[in-house]
Design a protein around this ligand. Structure first.
Ligand code: ATP
Ligand code: MG
Length: 229
């Protein structure tokens, strides 16, 4: 942890009923940084993001954003602070248009930066009136991220954004993340190690609910991370 971190997590323990999933997690995210969490299936990566975003109840420890405690806060109120969570399943409202889906992301804050969305994802411009149920996997992920950035978030929590996507879309998302991080801190859960190594300032390797390695700056290399996946 560090004074200049915008998001800090300390001694975080999370359970689902009787089953404990996260143990004593400590993490820090600085403004303008990309922080990645890697680990095998079931390691607890999604649980970590969900607990920061306010979706889980059985959470103890500290979660602080910009000095304020998020512990016990409802997801809606966490989002209002500018912490936007992009879940692993690319669930959209199929019967609503792309534009309507995008607008829903800013329901709480009434903050609509359309230019930012279409600058990063020009393709969405042509798809605005299409029902979201007809989108391809890549378009759907653009919609998910577009929905989060429409409201000028301060930090994005993104769960496996490139899962199942073609290399060209992954390359586009990599550039988008790098650019976005200039004004928005990013916490990304990813299995794509070359991608996280290319864009991250810090990588946490999570194994069976515990952080087993923290890699920073020059220490980041795909070969080192591989053992944790
Ligand atoms: N709602 C839930 N109720 C009970 N157990 C859960 C629940 N959600 C997740 N778990 C369990 O918690 C553990 C961590 O799950 P989590 O989804 O956080 O892992 P993950 O690292 O995101 O995995 P993946 O890479 O497959 O997405 C797993 O053992 C999972 O079965
Ligand atoms: Mg997951």
């Amino acid at each position: 942890m560090n004074q200049s971190d915008i998001l800090t997590v300390g001694n975080l323990n999370v359970s689902y009923g009787e089953s404990k999933v996260l143990f004593d997690i400590e993490m820090g995210v600085k403004p303008g940084h990309v922080v990645a969490c890697v680990g095998r299936n079931g390691a607890g990566k999604s649980t970590l993001l969900k607990s920061i975003a306010g979706f889980l109840k059985n959470v103890s420890g500290t979660i602080a954003f910009d000095g304020a405690s998020l512990l016990g806060m409802m997801a809606y109120d966490v989002a209002k602070l500018g912490i936007k969570y992009i879940p692993q399943d690319k669930k959209v409202f199929s019967d609503l248009t792309v534009r309507e889906n995008l607008e829903l992301g800013s329901y709480a804050t009434k903050d609509y930066n359309w230019e930012q969305v279409t600058d990063y994802f020009p393709k969405l411009k042509a798809l605005m009136d299409r029902k979201a149920g007809f989108l391809s996997g890549g378009e759907r992920q653009m919609l998910m991220i577009g929905r989060a950035i429409l409201g000028n978030p301060k930090i994005l929590l993104i769960d496996e954004p490139t899962e199942g996507l073609a290399p060209s879309i992954v390359a586009h998302l990599r550039d988008v993340f790098k650019e976005l991080s200039k004004k928005t801190a990013l916490v990304i859960v990813e299995q794509n190690l070359p991608l996280v190594c290319a864009i991250s300032e810090k990588i946490y390797a999570i194994k069976e609910g515990r952080i087993v390695k923290e890699l920073v700056g020059e220490k980041i290399s795909a070969s080192i991370c591989e053992g944790y996946l």
